[in-house]
Each structure stands twice: as structure tokens, then as C-alpha cells.
Design a protein around this ligand. Structure first.
Ligand SMILES: Nc1ncnc2c1ncn2[C@@H]1O[C@H](COP(=O)(O)OP(=O)(O)OP(=O)(O)O)[C@@H](O)[C@H]1O
Ligand SMILES: [Mg+2]
Length: 498
């Protein structure tokens, strides 16, 4: 890519960027939220058009105006939000758009399954071609997405934050797959916020900041410290957590049970409590009931037995609004599904759950000036990068959407906060900032339930840790007792001696 420039109004998302990718190479792209990484890759994949600059493939200038053009050039992209059809099988999804036909018109399912099996063998990535995508865990859906890109004949494969939604085990699998693809001669671009992944697989790394290319380095010649310094502009210190006086009990979950489909409960007699001034972490491989627990706690999901008490009020099976009124705020785990209204503006998204405050709304009419001020203030405080408060939230970079949701929920100043994957897709500088904000809230005497698939995050913040496994609380540790080994063992279904 040569001299690529792309502006959105006054904002220059890519400023004269040139990059090369060699055959059989893994190039990592790192940078703060909003640095322009996704934009650059969308230009390469034909999802966005550059204002100027050119793209050469194997030395030839190619015009890439759509993903069709990109695929024709041998470029594939594994999207962060998978573009699969859930009711269809893996094989159907993989061949979609390039289906094998019988007598030129009918879809030849047998041929499709056969070629998918051949593809699996060729790349050593196994899936059941007949499994329905809707029934696949995220890691498997991603594998199907990768196979689809390979089926389309890609030689250049772009991954935009592929590990953000995966469990640690799935991440290990993915990194292995990426290395295998390299060995098979594919050229790979990997956008990630996890610098350890860069160190594990990349040949070269490119650092971006504010739309500019800062530096391209050989992996052996750099370090996590140097990369973070180049990204954020300063070094990050590890935090010391102060011991503080704990207050009254704010969350209490008693014998919570939620029935599952196969006769086995999804949540099985769970007891949890969180006091004011306390951050309690729930560690667990995702899919062990954490999502359902959040849904029960926030009133989205009705459960069969047990009680949930928030700030002194029994909110068991209450409507969401009552639940919020009792003092519960929630940073949801999936920002796109639960956290925002994609087409609504930044102001509208900021005031959700705040709008009833009298200075924002009176007699059912919004105070336009005050809502704008409110939105701009919280976005400024949490360093959300945007051009206009009337932009649709879907125009923000992924990490900036997350920062806005975190800002909105923390600024609720509720006695109880559920923070589910609060730093997913966020750059290392902003992670540090958000951790600081959560600790500040704890110091103000509020109760926080932290659900995270990042063990480092759980360990960095929690006063106490529960481990969830197959819908049950498999163990509970204080900050002093907890070790990665003990928690990890329970997460995998093991048992502690004694
Ligand atoms: N369609 C759009 N309209 C207006 N601005 C946009 C649009 N798409 C992206 N931007 C802006 O361009 C900048 C770069 O965004 P981009 O998505 O490339 O960042 P990123 O480096 O991928 O960040 P993240 O790590 O958060 O995913 C951001 O400031 C973003 O708000
Ligand atoms: Mg991005």
C-alpha cells in the first residue's frame, strides 16, 4: 500500500501510510483505539475507499472497490463480527457465494461437504461440515470464517482483533492456526491490542498513532515495553491496590438456579455476595454460565428459583427498569448486541439510562443543550475520540464505542456495577485508565462485580474471586489466597486438595 490517505470530514484516519507485506510473513498492526488500523485494513479489503494512494499486489497496481475486487486479488478478511448465517451449516457458509452446482443450477451439497473436508485436511483445521453455525461456540465460528476465506482462495489474510472474543484456550488454537497458515505460504496481517500475541507470532510489527505510521520494526528487535511506549507515548506502571474499609452488603445472590435446555441447569444453586468498597471477580472460561448470570442480575432473563437482592431491594425477576432503579448499572459483555444503538447518535447513546434526570428531561421533553453538555462531558472524561456528538455511534472505532459505554455506566454512580469484559478491544493505555476508574468507584464505597475472561484483569482488580464452572461456583478466594494456578485449575473443572 503506497501513500494511503483517508479522511472522514476533518478527521484524518490514515495520513499518508505506506506498508509492505511479504509472502509468508506475519505483520502485526498495533496502536491506540482510533489510530486508524481498521480503516487501513478496510481500504485493503475494499470496504472503504482511500482518498489517495495506491495498492499493488505482486507489483501490479490493482483497483479495489469492493470485497469482490479484494477476493479477486487474493485478499481475504476475517471480520471481528462474523458474517456467517447462523441457521446454515458450516459447509453451506463456507461455500456461500461460490457454491458447487449440479447440472449448473442446483446446489450440490455433497460436493460442498467434500470440498470443505478437503480444505480442512489441507490446512489441518478440523470442523464438522454439517454442524449448524448457530450451535458453534465463538472459537469454532471463527475457524469456519477462516476456512471460508481460504475457500475463496485468499493468499493475503487480514485478521482484525481476532482474539478479542476468544477464551484463552481458543486464543492458543488461533495463534497456532495463524502460524500454520504462514507455513502454508499465506501472508498475514494481524491487528491486535495484545502485545504478547505480537511477540508470539509476528515477524514484523507496525505501530500506528492518530492516523500516522509511527514505526515498523522486526519482532526480534523490539519488546512489549517499546511497543507500548510507541503506542501510548509513555510507560505504564503497575497499580498498587490500597486496602479499604468494606461497607454493607450491596449484592446478594441466594441459591440462584436457571434451568437449561438439556435438563442440566445453566446456573446451579449459585450464592454470591459483594459488599460496598469491594471488587469481586468472577473467573471462568466463557460459556460456564457467566452470561446467563449477568442476564439474571440485570432482569433480562427470568429464573426459576433463588433470590437476587440489590442494595436492599429484592429484584428477583423484576423488569430491567426496576432493577436499574434499585441501583444496578451494567457494562454488558457484548457492546454491539446489548450495549448500544448503532444508528443512534453519540448524545443519544450517552444519555441512555440517564435521561430521566431532571436536568436532561422535563415533562417528557429533552433539554437539548444539557443532553449535549452531559454527553460531551462524559466522553471527554473517558477520552472517547470522536468528531461530532451527532455522529452515529457505529462510526466510532471499536475501542471508542466500548469507552463510551463504560463511561455511561460508571457515570451512573450506582451503588452496584456489573463490569462484564470492561476492557474488551481497548488499547493498553485506556485499559489502565478504566482500571483506575473502577478502583475509584470502589474507593467511593460502591460494589463491583467484575466478569472477565482475562485472568490478568481479574487478578489486577479483585478483592475476592469466585470461580465459575459449569454453572456452579467452584471456589472462592480472597486476594491473598488466590494464585493463577489454583484459579486456573478450578476453571478447568479440577479440584483443589484439602
Ligand atoms: N464511517 C466513519 N465515519 C466517521 N469517522 C470514522 C468512520 N470510520 C472510522 N472513523 C474514525 O476514524 C478513526 C480511525 O478509526 P479505526 O476504526 O480505523 O480505528 P482503530 O485503530 O481500528 O481503533 P480500535 O482499536 O478502537 O478498533 C476513528 O477516530 C474513527 O472514529
Ligand atoms: Mg479497529
Amino acid at each position: 500500500m503506497k501513500h494511503i490517505t483517508k479522511a472522514y470530514g476533518p478527521l484524518v484516519a490514515n495520513d499518508d501510510i505506506s506498508l509492505t507485506l511479504n509472502k509468508g510473513e506475519i505483520l502485526a498492526v498495533v496502536g491506540e483505539n482510533g489510530a486508524g488500523k481498521s480503516t487501513l485494513m478496510k481500504i485493503l479489503y475494499g470496504l472503504e475507499s482511500a482518498d489517495s494512494g495506491e495498492i499493488l499486489i505482486n507489483g501490479e497496481v490493482r483497483r479495489i472497490r469492493s470485497p469482490y475486487d479484494a477476493i479477486a486479488c487474493g485478499i481475504g478478511m476475517v471480520q471481528q463480527h462474523f458474517m456467517l448465517f447462523p441457521p446454515f451449516t458450516a459447509a453451506e457458509n463456507i461455500v456461500y457465494g461460490h457454491e458447487p452446482k449440479s447440472r449448473t443450477v442446483f446446489f450440490n451439497r455433497r460436493e460442498a461437504v467434500k470440498s470443505v473436508k478437503a480444505l480442512c485436511t489441507q490446512y489441518g483445521m478440523y470442523i464438522d461440515p454439517d454442524v449448524k453455525v448457530a450451535d458453534c461456540p465463538v472459537g469454532l465460528q471463527q475457524r469456519i470464517e477462516i476456512l471460508k476465506v481460504l475457500y475463496q482462495g485468499a493468499d493475503i489474510i487480514i485478521f482484525d482483533e481476532p482474539s478479542a472474543v476468544l477464551t484463552p484456550q481458543e486464543v492458543t488454537e488461533l495463534l497456532k492456526t495463524i502460524k500454520d497458515l504462514k507455513r502454508a505460504g499465506k501472508s498475514i496481517i494481524l491487528i491486535t491490542h495484545k502485545l504478547s500475541e505480537v511477540m508470539a507470532v509476528a515477524d514484523r510489527v507496525m505501530v500506528m498513532r492518530l492516523g500516522n505510521l509511527i514505526k515498523v520494526m522486526q519482532r526480534e528487535e523490539t519488546s512489549i515495553e517499546e511497543m507500548s511506549f510507541l503506542m501510548v507515548g509513555h510507560t505504564l506502571k503497575t497499580r498498587e491496590i490500597q486496602k479499604i474499609q468494606q461497607g454493607r452488603q450491596i449484592l446478594s445472590v441466594e441459591h440462584l438456579t436457571l434451568a437449561g435446555t438439556a435438563g442440566k441447569p445453566v446456573i446451579d444453586d449459585v450464592n454470591i455476595n459483594v459488599r460496598g468498597g469491594e471488587i469481586v471477580g468472577i473467573a471462568g472460561v466463557s460459556g460456564n454460565g457467566q452470561s446467563e448470570l449477568i442476564q439474571c442480575l440485570t432482569g433480562i432473563r427470568k429464573f426459576q428459583s433463588g433470590r437476587i437482592i440489590i442494595n436492599g431491594t429484592d429484584v428477583s425477576n423484576c423488569p430491567v427498569q426496576e432493577n436499574r432503579d434499585s441501583g444496578c448499572a451494567c457494562i454488558p459483555e457484548d457492546r454491539y448486541f446489548w450495549g448500544n444503538a448503532a444508528e443512534a447518535t453519540l448524545v443519544e447513546n450517552s444519555i441512555m439510562s440517564h435521561y430521566k434526570k431532571t436536568h436532561l428531561m422535563k415533562h417528557g421533553i429533552f433539554n437539548k443543550k444539557n443532553t449535549c453538555t452531559f454527553a460531551n462531558d462524559i466522553m471527554a472524561e473517558f477520552d472517547v475520540r470522536y468528531t461530532s456528538d451527532r455522529q452515529a455511534i457505529q462510526e466510532l472505532s471499536g475501542g471508542n464505542v466500548q469507552k463510551l459505554i463504560v463511561a455511561r455506566e460508571i457515570m451512573q454512580h450506582s451503588p452496584f456495577l456489573i463490569a462484564a469484559e470492561p476492557t474488551r478491544g481497548i488499547d493498553i493505555g485506556a485499559i489502565d485508565f478504566i482500571h483506575g476508574k473502577l478502583l475509584e468507584k470502589r474507593e467511593q464505597g460502591d460494589a463491583i462485580l467484575l466478569i472477565s475472561s482475562e485472568l490478568t484483569e481479574i487478578f489486577a482488580l479483585s478483592d475476592r474471586i469466585y470461580v465459575m464452572y459449569e454453572g456452579r461456583i467452584a471456589g472462592e478466594f480472597t486476594r491473598e489466597e488466590a494464585t493463577i494456578d489454583k484459579v486456573g485449575l478450578l476453571m478447568m473443572g479440577g479440584a483443589l486438595d484439602g
